[in-house]
Design a protein around this ligand. Structure first.
Ligand code: FAD
Length: 658
């Protein structure tokens, strides 16, 4: 192990190297998202919209019906919020339904659902209790079953998967000093005979307090003949030496069983290593490729509920002589909520069905869906608070106590906030997607913009890159988006697809200019990279919405003509009526285009460089005068002043004002 790493000090270069080594570098299947960033709008990769097989649909719908019945009759969302706890009988009931093994293959005792119906199930559960959806998702999207299914040996699968269908698991990566940057990981797994000996502390372990099995990331030390590195282990929580030291409490998701888990000389059999030593991060990231789709599912569910509450309240509440929904300022919010919800669902369903069909590499689409949906759902929640006015800020319990319907909008905002932080924060998602998106540029021009390359290497790389760009740049000049007849089968939505095609080429040209302008420094231009990724996300959302509305409209037309809509539809009950779907898709695309134009403008006109300078000055203490005149509530009281000020109160005054 590198000495610095051992002490927990890791420089930026090492951090990047570790992240880079964990990347999946191969692209075996085509990727719609990747091509989008290269100016190559491959509509054929997502259209016609993939559909579940008849068997998958039958199995999925049958399970959803049972799950919906259970959630509606056996779960009291207010009780979970009030007690900050999910009752045992709820987890037992879900287990008996098979909800702990949704994605576990049937031969191992699970339900064997695909990604689409797994996501649909999370939507149902999440609409009742986001904390419960977090439990199911932490267990199945990132917990033990998925990495074992993807990377486990047949023996490991036989041993662990049947347990995963009945027991709760957790995923333990984060440590007090290790958040977004896994290079600093401190937990160790030292080989000793037939075992590894685990030591370390894991923080914010969702399900960690109640889990029977966990997957732990720990570092195997390098030694003679041993590569070592961050590795993934399945650990039975009954093993001696494991203690759960705290049950953490949060702003939202109050029912989750999230803990601090300490490993002290815990002996884990070598047979519990998943994959090979050093492959732990790659396993975690690959698991997340589709695992990330559970968050967009939750966001789509949130949007659906928000649309309903916005509709009901905006009609019912009359102010200034009209229902509030008829005042333009509120109308705009309602249209935003409804259109964004349709897009969140379209993005999730498209990505999930592409994954199920095995038709493409969806790692960029899933990442874009996670990034975009978590940001947009939070905006949706904020607008819903505004529409509900004071009632949006009041707790459901308080509303009910004074005789009104207990609509938990305030809880809704708190529960949604975490989506922008976990499973890859927005900032990290920007970097991760940007890295994948510019992969082709780097493959061609990597040596030119690599700060470590020698002059000779740069010259050779420049010659190679020149050939690539000579072929590629002309393809960015014109395309289908400039021909008025393109995408005609999409009717009124065709113009939006033409826009996506044009914008995709403009985006690729912008990346090319930026690479030329900043070269090796491009990777530090996080403002540029973030906007570039956000443009890609909006373009993906527009594409998903158009393809979805087209499929919904066709299913509707076939139903009208008496044909079996089931065979044509997307396999979801309550598919949108055709004309209405096209109308909402059109509104969504118009809203998205406004955002895209602003983002393009911001690529070159912004205050990024100035902000960086100011932030440096803030960090250096130049503006501490701005902070004066307030107290710091994070410093212990006493807050009710005794006649003589106590020492801590004096400290507080001194610290803040002095
Ligand atoms: C409720 C909850 C549940 C969780 N569940 C789990 C779990 O089950 N298992 C698990 O292992 N972890 C879990 N986590 C941890 C979660 O994944 C981390 O909080 C997340 O990875 C961010 O790490 P951090 O909080 O340490 O933030 P930091 O990494 O300290 O980041 C702080 C801020 O800096 C930004 N930042 C960091 N690096 C960069 C960069 N290079 N460029 C730009 N911006 C950057 C971040 O985006 C963030 O805004 C959970 C956390 C919470 C709160």
């Amino acid at each position: 192990m590198h000495a610095d790493t051992e002490r927990g000090h890791v420089d930026e270069r090492t951090a990047r190297k570790v992240a880079e080594e964990a990347r999946e570098t191969e692209w075996r299947l085509p990727s719609f998202g990747k091509q989008l960033f290269l100016g190559d709008f491959r509509l054929d990769l997502v259209h016609p919209h993939p559909r579940p097989s008849d068997e998958a649909r039958r199995k999925g719908e049958e399970f959803l019906a049972r799950l919906t019945e259970f959630c509606a009759s056996k779960i009291d969302p207010a009780e979970i919020e009030r007690e900050s706890r999910i009752p045992d009988e709820v987890i037992i009931g879900l287990r008996d339904l098979g909800a702990l093994g949704m994605k576990v293959p049937e031969r191992h005792g699970g339900l064997g659902l695909g990604q689409l119906y797994y996501g649909r199930a999370l939507m149902v559960v999440g609409s009742v209790s986001p904390a419960l959806a977090a439990l199911l998702s932490a267990h199945q999207s990132i917990g033990v079953p998925q990495p074992v299914k993807l990377f486990g040996t047949p023996e490991q699968q036989d041993e662990w998967l049947p347990r995963c269908a009945r027991e709760v698991s957790a995923f333990l990566l984060t440590e007090p000093d290790v958040g977004s940057d896994p290079a600093r990981l401190r937990a160790t797994a030292v080989p000793d005979g037939d075992d590894y000996v685990l030591n370390g502390v894991k923080l914010w372990t969702t399900n960690g307090v109640v889990a029977d099995l966990v997957v732990v990331m720990a570092r195997v030390p390098e030694s003679d003949g041993r590569r070592g590195g961050i590795s993934a282990f399945v650990v039975d929580m009954a093993t001696p030496g494991i203690t759960v030291e705290n049950r953490n409490a949060f702003m939202g998701l109050r029912g989750i069983e999230n803990g601090v888990t300490r490993f002290h000389d815990v002996r884990v059999p070598k047979a519990n290593l998943i994959g090979r030593e050093g492959a732990g991060l790659k396993i975690a990231l690959t698991t997340l490729n589709t695992g990330r789709l559970s968050l967009p599912a939750g966001c789509a569910a949130a949007g659906k509920w928000a649309t309903m509450i916005a509709r009901e309240w905006s009609r019912e509440r009359v102010q200034w002589g009209r229902p509030v929904g008829e005042h333009e300022a509120v109308s705009r919010k309602i249209a935003f909520i409804a259109a964004t919800t349709y897009a969140m669902e379209a993005m999730h369903d498209l990505s999930a069905q592409l994954a199920d069909a095995g038709r493409g590499d969806i790692r960029i689409e899933a990442a874009l869906a996670k990034l975009w949906s978590s940001e947009m759902a939070y905006r949706v929640a904020d607008e819903l608070v505004q529409i509900r006015g004071g009632r949006g800020y009041e707790t459901a319990e308080s509303l009910a106590a004074r005789g009104e319907r207990g609509v938990p909008v305030e809880q809704f905002v708190r529960d949604l906030r975490i989506n922008r932080i976990f499973e890859g924060s927005t900032e990290i998602m920007h970097l991760l997607i940007a890295r994948e998106a510019v992969d082709a540029h780097l493959a061609a021009a990597g040596g030119v913009i690599d700060p470590d390359a020698s002059a000779g290497q740069k010259a050779r790389a420049a010659a190679k890159a020149g050939g690539f760009y000579a072929r590629w740049l002309p393809t960015l000049v014109t395309g289908a988006g400039q021909r008025p007849s393109s995408y005609a089968e999409f009717g009124p939505l065709a113009r939006h697809l033409r826009y996506v095609e044009r914008a995709s080429r403009k985006l690729a040209r912008s990346i090319f200019y930026a690479a030329g302008r900043w070269q090796g420094r491009l990777e530090y231009k996080q403002g540029f990279l973030g906007r570039m990724v956000d443009i890609g996300a909006e373009l993906f959302a527009m594409s998903a919405v158009c393809v979805r509305a087209h499929a919904d409209a066709r299913a509707d037309a076939r139903a009208d003509s008496g044909a079996d809509s089931g065979a044509e539809g997307l396999g979801m009950d309550g598919a949108a009526p055709g004309a209405s779907a096209v109308k909402l898709a059109d509104v969504f695309c118009r809203q998205a285009r406004v955002r895209v134009e602003e983002l393009f403008e911001g690529l070159w006109r912004n205050t990024d460089a100035l902000d960086v300078k100011v932030a440096k000055a803030v960090l250096a203490g130049e503006f501490t005068w701005v902070e004066q005149g307030v107290l710091d509530p994070s410093i212990p009281g006493p807050w009710i002043a005794p006649s003589e000020p106590g020492p801590s109160e004096r400290d507080n005054v001194h610290r803040v004002i002095g």
